[in-house]
Design a protein around this ligand. Structure first.
Ligand code: ZN
Ligand code: ZN
Length: 314
């Protein structure tokens, strides 16, 4: 499925992926459609057509292992990489953004990006390791602890992953969304409170939307010395009370993706949290699903595309 021009993805026959040095071609099992792709294709920028997108995926290796793939390919040499911040390496190349991705039957990936899934995790759920890794990275940037109160703005896949991670580490979580269905799901996944808008003050507020209004809300509902983590990428604009931020020693952390070690830890965490909330489609249906999600006509939280039918569970 190729991003061919602004606003358009289509199914095309393309050449076989070629593995470079240290790389291997894997068979894609499941690839999640990311919110950043829905917004990203309306105008070329971070992503340039023609491009096979898809960076949230699980696969099978030539030796038959079920794996999640860490899509961030960094230089490994610079000071950022050596300090464990490879996600902001200036040479970073992300599979599905800067090089061909996983909305395809096969994709070439570095061997070191492969992470064998723990036994209990069904291979298709391995595609949710990527959003989980985003949440784990945000949790670590926020300095969350078991006593923390956490407010999450947005119950999409990043917001829900943030809920799962925060609950796993013993925090108390309030989550907001405009969709009652998503709030129901959040409740099932363990949210302590669900509402349309945040109410009260929190040690950590995570903005998984990225609108000007949610950035402002993330600071308004932050307790003094608390940390707002911004992951949502909807609007570029800031609009918040900087004086309140200074007087109450509030912090803002930008959070982009995850380091290699966050990703590895998210693979292990996948065995301990509920990742059963995605919806599966054939890759052939991809352009239709993409259109519906872009137009806001679908209430699917996370659509997974499968290039071939899933083998029946044993
Ligand atoms: Zn994503
Ligand atoms: Zn680097």
């Amino acid at each position: 499925m190729v991003y061919t021009k602004p606003g358009t993805v289509e199914l095309l026959e393309v050449g076989e992926p070629v593995a470079g040095p240290g790389e291997v071609v894997v068979e894609v099992v499941a690839c999640g459609i990311c919110g950043s792709e829905l917004h990203g294709i309306s105008k070329p920028g971070f992503r340039q057509p023609p491009l096979v997108m898809g960076h949230e995926f699980s696969a099978r290796t030539p030796s038959g292992d079920s794996v999640a793939v860490d899509p961030i390919v960094s230089c490994g040499q610079c000071i950022l990489c050596r300090d464990g911040h490879n996600e902001v390496c200036r040479e970073r190349r992300i599979i599905g953004i800067h090089r061909q991705g996983a909305f395809a039957e096969r994709v070439a990936v570095p061997e070191r990006a492969l992470h064998k899934l723990p036994e209990p995790v069904p291979v298709e759920q391995g595609a949710l390791v990527e959003p989980l890794a985003n949440a784990l990275h945000a949790w670590r940037l926020a300095g969350g602890t078991s006593g923390s109160t956490v407010g999450v703005l947005g119950a999409g896949s990043i917001g829900l992953s943030m809920l799962l991670v925060s609950k796993h580490y013993g925090a108390r979580v309030s989550i907001t969304d405009i969709s009652p269905e998503r709030l129901e799901l959040a409740k099932r996944l363990g949210a302590d409170a669900t509402s349309r808008e945040l109410d009260g003050e929190f040690h950590v507020v995570v903005d998984a939307v990225g609108a000007t209004a949610t950035r402002r809300a993330s600071l308004e509902h932050l307790a003094p010395t608390g940390t707002a983590v911004w992951l949502g990428l909807l609007d570029p604009g800031p609009d918040f009370d900087a004086l309140d931020m200074i007087r109450m020693e509030k912090r803002i952390a930008g959070s982009f993706a995850y380091s290699h070690s966050d990703f590895a830890d998210a693979v292990a965490l996948a065995a301990e949290v509920d990742l059963s909330w995605a919806t599966s489609f054939d890759l052939d249906q991809g352009p239709t699903i993409f259109g519906e999600l872009m137009a806001g006509r679908s209430d699917v939280v996370k659509a997974l595309l499968h290039p071939r039918p899933l083998s029946p569970q044993a």
